[in-house]
Write a protein that binds this ligand. Structure first.
Ligand SMILES: Cc1cc2nc3c(=O)[nH]c(=O)nc-3n(C[C@H](O)[C@H](O)[C@H](O)COP(=O)(O)OP(=O)(O)OC[C@H]3O[C@@H](n4cnc5c(N)ncnc54)[C@H](O)[C@@H]3O)c2cc1C
Length: 464
């Protein structure tokens, strides 16, 4: 019998796979840990999911990886995927507001441009809205140390229009949530820092713009074969780890020995030395309800938003895309079904090569949550009607595909980071249970990779 610690990873999304791979590459006191991964659904990848649609491979969940931080470039390099990464053909975005598409000024922080002039020129704000944004220059410094909502800060400093037409569509596009509820510290930390360092938000943005060197490479990239490539490569790199798909963990009981008993949906009982929970917060709460009720209570307080992704393929002659733009965002105040539309054919080179068709990826849910309940056919018809209005599509799509992501995006509402601190404190006496993933400290794929690998390192050092 080996003395290798046995570590379970629960959840086979990007976080769980990154954690399992890190464990397999680690050594605990000179021995490689035994790793067992449980995934409740019948496939690995979680929110990362690709499929063939209208003759091309497309992503149904995340489609763009942030590459300005090291996690994705490093992992792709280690997995031999670096040569496959491709950059967008262009990166500017428009906002559908005041009756037409208007270019969003190039921003440095959550879509806020570095000055008043780009705001005025963009036409996104009315003259009165732009004048109201300028009031920020005269207001006293915001010195609140406490967390507040993004909406509360931006409404106070720049006015309702700046929030509703610029910040809401951008931040909402990432979190699918409401900026009047989203935590400034958790979702816009640089904005939080600027308000404490500068008298005015606009002056702070101008100063930050001067300090920030222009990006040396693309900020976002993707894999033309679909981000599922990342999942397949991670899976192939797990070596001898035992991977159980279609088998979820239902309960975790901590034994008097300090080891943990896992009970699975297949009736399996497994005793392990440590566990990494890389599942959505609600699932983690159910597993920990009996053994660590204080942690389960905090986990239950993290709410989620749903989103529907609608892929449409049109004949090329039916759609004329505005040059230089990769799509548009829709503020909630416009009361549309669409919350965003990416002109995937204009954005990604591997889709642009299909010259006889145009691919559009639409998001629905944030602006009209009830639309997520519509039947596929009605939902597609609503989306196409809005596309007719805004970009004048001439025909119905030749193919459509609807993916419903129910309770998929964790909401980092005001006080989120304090909640995560309390959660970690509730688990502090159990260093052999770690939580990682989208629900906690960043929901983008790079942050999930960092959290998965970080949890693995902590577990290994606690087992030595
Ligand atoms: C539509 C959409 C678009 C997005 N776009 C982007 C983007 O462009 N770029 C970006 O960086 N991020 C994007 N994101 C966010 C990002 O995709 C996710 O936050 C990230 O993939 C979450 O990874 P995860 O492993 O933490 O969680 P998940 O992917 O949710 O994986 C958790 C896994 O745990 C499993 N599980 C649940 N319960 C149990 C159980 N009891 N036992 C065992 N397994 C269980 C689930 O089945 C799932 O596979 C997007 C998200 C969505 C929904």
């Amino acid at each position: 019998m080996s003395d290798a610690p046995h570590i379970a990873v629960v959840g086979g999304g990007i976080t769980g796979l990154a954690a399992a791979r890190q464990l397999r590459r680690s050594s605990a006191g000179g021995v490689q840990p035994r790793v067992t991964l449980f995934e409740s659904s019948d496939r690995l990848g979680g929110k990362i999911r690709s499929r063939v649609f209208a003759g091309a491979t497309v992503d149904l969940g995340p489609e763009a990886l942030f590459t300005a931080t090291p996690e994705v470039p490093r992992l792709c390099n280690e997995l031999g995927l670096s040569d496959e990464l491709v950059a967008p053909l262009q990166s500017s975005t428009a906002v559908w507001t005041r009756g037409r598409l208007r270019e969003l000024p190039t921003g440095i922080l959550g879509g806020l441009p570095n000055g008043v002039a780009p705001i005025v020129r963009s036409g996104i704000l009315s003259p009165i809205g732009a004048a109201r944004a300028g009031v920020d220059l005269m207001l006293p410094k915001d010195s609140s140390e406490h967390d507040q909502s993004v909406g509360s800060l931006v409404r106070r400093r720049l006015g309702d229009q700046a929030l509703e037409r610029m910040i809401d569509p951008l931040l909402g596009g990432i979190y699918g949530g409401d900026p009047d509820a989203l935590s400034l510290r958790a979702t816009a930390p640089r904005l939080h820092t600027l308000t404490r360092e500068h008298r005015s938000l606009i002056l702070g943005l101008v100063a930050a713009g001067r300090r920030t060197p222009p990006a040396s490479g693309p900020m976002f990239m993707t894999l033309p074969g679909g981000l599922q490539r990342l999942i397949t490569s991670l899976r192939n790199d797990l070596g001898e780890a035992a991977v159980f798909e279609g088998e979820g963990v239902e309960r975790i009981t901590t034994l008097s020995s300090g080891r943990h008993l896992l009970r699975t949906s297949a009736g399996r009982e497994l005793v392990v030395d440590a566990v990494i929970l890389a599942v959505p917060a609600g699932a983690a709460a159910r597993m920990l309800r009996e053994s660590v009720p204080a942690a389960a209570a905090e986990l239950s307080g993290i709410s989620y938003a749903s989103v529907v992704v609608v892929w449409l393929a049109f004949r090329a002659s039916a759609v004329e895309l505005r040059p230089g733009t990769t799509g548009f965002l829709v503020p909630r105040s416009e009361r549309k079904t669409l919350s965003a539309c990416t002109w995937a054919s204009a954005k990604w080179p591997h889709l642009a090569v299909h010259r006889d068709r145009v691919f559009l990826r639409c998001s629905v849910g944030r602006n009209r949550p009830q639309a997520t309940m519509l039947e596929d056919r009605t939902l597609v018809a609503d989306v196409v009607a809005e596309l007719r209005e805004v970009i004048g599509v001439l025909e119905d799509p030749i193919e459509a595909h609807v993916t419903r992501w129910q309770d998929a995006l964790p909401q980092y509402n005001v006080g989120h980071l304090e909640r995560i601190d309390r959660l970690e404190a509730a688990l502090a006496h159990l260093p052999s249970i770690r939580l990682a993933g989208a629900a906690y400290r960043g929901l983008g794929v790079p942050q999930c990779i960092a959290q998965g690998e970080g949890a693995a390192k902590q577990i290994v050092s606690a087992s030595c």
